[in-house]
Design a protein around this ligand. Structure first.
Ligand code: A3P
Length: 288
């Protein structure tokens, strides 16, 4: 029997929701959102909308892979689905769980100079606690001993000059501690380490590395970026020509941290940075 033509018979290529073949695992405050938005400009990439936190939160992980897959966007065959949850990098169970899903997954690890990252982290935490704890008209009345009003220097360095390694923004900058576990579970060639400081100043240099790593054509190029002087960061131009900057919580002003403290902290990180370079087999040249 011959079928009559109707619009319902027009064949569209099939799309489906697929588990990610690539993850941005962290580190938080190193430009994970910027990286995902930049990669999403590529016609062969589809990004998951939010941070799914599948592998790091037990209550999500227990819902199973079908739950996770349904959180993924529709994609065409041949497209790569990417998800980012920056806490994956530092959560102990995650690497093993990711391997159980897909042992040949590609992992993107974004890092920044550790002291800069810690200050960015501090800035973010302070912005949350300031608005969550007190109405703005009471902020100035908060006691200076309250954790919300302590300066970065006070939180990071004790009065006797030793480093407070239990201060989370510092602890999370000790990258080698977390990297070790990932390298026990995945081969080095599955992990691309991306320089988050260069992602800010020269995004293409890092995006090219990712496009090559993922085995996709270099379709994202200088035409996809323009520098926004007011924001002080690059913004994006989609393939369709639409302009898009990241929201104002990305690219915040950092408080001025005194030079002495920065130099104490940089010295503290020298040994840790070296251990990280040794693990990944690359020297990121962070200042001492
Ligand atoms: P700051 O706001 O401290 O400058 P994450 O998305 O992982 O939380 O990272 C946030 C950081 O991304 C920002 O930290 C900012 O420095 C960095 N970033 C990199 N490229 C950016 C861009 N094009 N626009 C805005 N922020 C960018």
């Amino acid at each position: 029997k011959q079928m009559k033509f109707s619009p319902y018979h027009i064949h569209f290529p099939k799309t489906s929701r697929k588990l990610p073949q690539c993850l941005i695992i962290g580190v938080r405050k190193c430009g994970t959102r910027a990286l995902l938005e930049m990669l999403n400009l590529h016609p062969r990439i589809q990004k998951a909308a939010g941070e799914v936190h599948f592998f790091d939160r037990d209550e999500n992980y227990e819902r199973g892979l079908e739950w996770y897959r349904k959180k993924m966007p529709h994609s065409f065959r041949g497209q790569i689905t990417i998800e980012k949850s920056p806490s994956y990098f530092v959560t102990p169970e995650v690497a093993e769980r990711v391997r159980a899903m897909n042992s040949s997954i590609k992992l993107l690890l974004l890092v920044r100079e550790p002291v800069t990252r810690a200050i960015s982290d501090f800035t973010q935490l302070r912005s949350h606690s300031a608005t969550a704890v007190l109405p703005t008209n009471q902020l100035s009345q908060a006691s200076s001993s309250s954790p919300n009003t302590k300066s970065f220097e006070e939180l990071a360095i004790f009065a006797n000059g030793t480093i407070n390694i239990n201060y989370r923004p510092l602890a999370l900058s000790i990258y080698h501690q977390y990297t070790l576990r990932w390298l026990e579970i995945f081969s080095r060639s599955q992990i691309l380490v991306i320089n988050g400081d260069q992602l800010i100043t020269d995004p293409i240099s890092q995006i090219n590395r990712v496009q090559d790593f993922l085995g996709i054509e270099r379709r994202i190029n200088h035409e996809n970026f323009y520098f926004n002087k007011t924001k002080g960061f690059y913004c994006l131009r989609t393939m369709a020509g639409d302009k898009k900057c990241l929201k104002e919580t990305k690219g915040r002003m950092h408080p001025k941290v005194n030079e002495k403290s920065v130099s104490i902290l940089r010295k503290f990180f020298v040994e840790h940075n070296q251990k990280f370079y040794d693990l990944i087999g690359e020297d990121l040249g962070w200042p001492e």
